[in-house]
Ligand binder design. Structure first.
Ligand code: NAD
Length: 440
């Protein structure tokens, strides 16, 4: 059964990545290698997962691409912006995520991907000092509104030059310093636009200029870092006015993936929780930026939000009242992109007797993030073709701190299995099948 309401994925899909660092170059290299048949896109749900459609005798397990029209990897064209001018090839070599042998077969294509000048404000990432940044006619940092205009121009030029039918903009740039939501500026589109025009540098992050530019050009925007960028009513308003999907925030790759999958074990088994301490060592440029307390705070807020919506004191006061939840990230250069995460979980059981669980995840940050970024791009493009707009809650599965309308008291869904149900139901619905699973 196919749904006539989803437009086909015809022509080229431009994926414009903000930031040409470890995640971006691992994504690009993997896609280019996969379409040459030289690597497998392992970890990508859009390329591997099969879900049930229909019930009883009608039941079948289909790949996403057999349920809905997804863009093919062959039709993807990459673009990027970065503070550093190095091509995606040089950036991939610098990132040291992938070995030379896995980069060289697509070297020529990666060399063609050269970052456009970044809309950048050093106050938002003090540890970065690249000079591939936009300046205005006076040679100074552009105002926020000038940034928007220059970015809109970049998006239009990229689309036209590359003959793209559709675009998606995804933020895989450094985590910015924490911008608390201030409803006097972020609460409505009119106020946000006024703040951009007044060059309010404290409350309008450069990432907001990218998002505003994309949405105004009718292009979906995905926030892969924990920045509050599109998680504000002003951007929801813009996305709805433009009828464009938005998704965010913060790729759910390692420790939080484990947490959102493991916490339900504790909850389902009705065990109690006294505390959950999560720490990491990480030595890539992301780790360097996150070593700055203001930048780490943005990540901390994002990482801390997971447990409270899964293990709820108001539902089980005997089990989950006052548990201690702490998250740390420590910059440790020798490990590079190979992040090591430790979780110490203090639980209690029958008659309150304490026990401990230790999880030690020796992961590779960008190896986990790349397939997730690909899935977010392909599924957001699908959502746009299905006529969906505004916050795409069905993509919560991929995100550490999923967007939800907090002004209306809506809660985020963080439980991995509930998120998976939301994802499957949305795919079924877009494919013309019944969305037949309950989130319980
Ligand atoms: N890898 C993961 O597991 C993971 C998980 C969740 C979130 N993230 C987030 O994804 C982002 C990218 O991670 P990474 O490891 O690739 O980092 P990275 O430091 O390797 O790359 C980020 C790039 O963004 C560039 N940049 C910074 N500000 C910019 C701006 N305003 N415009 C354009 N470019 C800009 C930097 O110069 C840098 O090259 C980070 O925010 C990180 O927190 C990563």
């Amino acid at each position: 059964m196919s749904n006539q309401t989803v437009k086909p994925a015809e022509g080229k899909l431009g994926i414009m990545v903000v930031g040409c660092g470890a995640v971006a170059t691992t994504l690009m290299t993997g896609v280019l290698m996969a379409r040459k048949g030289l690597a497998k896109p392992v970890g990508s749900m859009t390329q591997y997962d099969k879900i049930r459609v229909g019930r009883g005798a009608e039941k079948r397990y289909l790949a996403y691409g057999d349920i809905v029209p997804l863009a093919s990897l062959d039709d993807i064209v990459f673009g990027t912006w970065d503070v550093y001018p190095q091509s995606a090839y040089q950036a991939a070599m610098y990132a040291q995520v992938l070995q030379e042998k896995d980069i060289n077969p697509v070297r020529d294509e990666l060399e063609q991907i050269v970052p456009m000048k970044a809309a950048f404000d050093k106050n938002y990432a003090k540890r970065l000092d690249g000079d591939n940044v936009k300046v205005n006619a006076a040679g100074k940092m552009p105002t926020r509104w000038e940034m928007v205009e220059a970015l809109r121009e970049d998006i239009r030029t990229f689309k036209q030059k590359n003959g793209c039918c559709r675009l998606v903009v995804i933020w895989a740039a450094s985590t910015e310093i924490y911008v608390p939501v201030d409803l006097s500026v972020h609460g409505s589109l009119k106020d946000l636009e006024a703040a951009m025009k007044a060059d309010d540098r404290q409350r309008v992050a450069p990432s907001m200029c990218y998002a505003y530019a994309a949405l105004t050009e009718g292009v979906p925007f995905i926030m892969g870092a924990p920045n509050t960028t599109v998680d504000i009513p002003a951007m929801w308003e813009l996305a709805e006015r433009q009828r464009v999907p938005i998704a965010g925030k913060d790729f759910k790759t390692g420790q939080t993936l484990v947490k959102s999958g493991f916490a339900p074990i504790i909850g389902t088994r009705c065990l109690g929780l006294n505390g959950w301490f999560s720490t990491n060592i990480l030595g890539n440029r992301d780790g360097l930026v996150l070593d700055e307390p203001d930048n780490f705070h943005t990540k901390e807020v994002s990482k801390l939000s997971t447990l409270e919506t899964i293990l709820k004191p108001e539902v089980q006061p005997d089990l989950y009242t006052d548990y201690f939840h702490k998250v740390r990230i420590n910059y440790y250069p020798p490990r590079g992109d190979n992040k090591e995460g430790w979780d110490n979980i203090d639980i209690f059981g029958w008659m309150g007797y304490p026990m401990q669980i230790k999880i030690n995840f020796l992961c590779r940050d960008s190896i986990l993030a790349a397939p997730l970024a690909l899935d977010l791009c392909l599924l957001t493009d699908l959502a746009a073709r299905a006529g969906r707009y505004g916050t795409q809650r069905f993509l919560s599965f991929f995100l550490k701190n999923p967007m939800h309308d907090y002004t209306k008291g809506e809660e985020a869904v963080n439980n991995l299995y509930q998120q998976y149900t939301m994802l499957k139901n949305a795919l079924r619905e877009m494919g013309g099948y019944e969305a037949d699973e309950e989130i319980d």
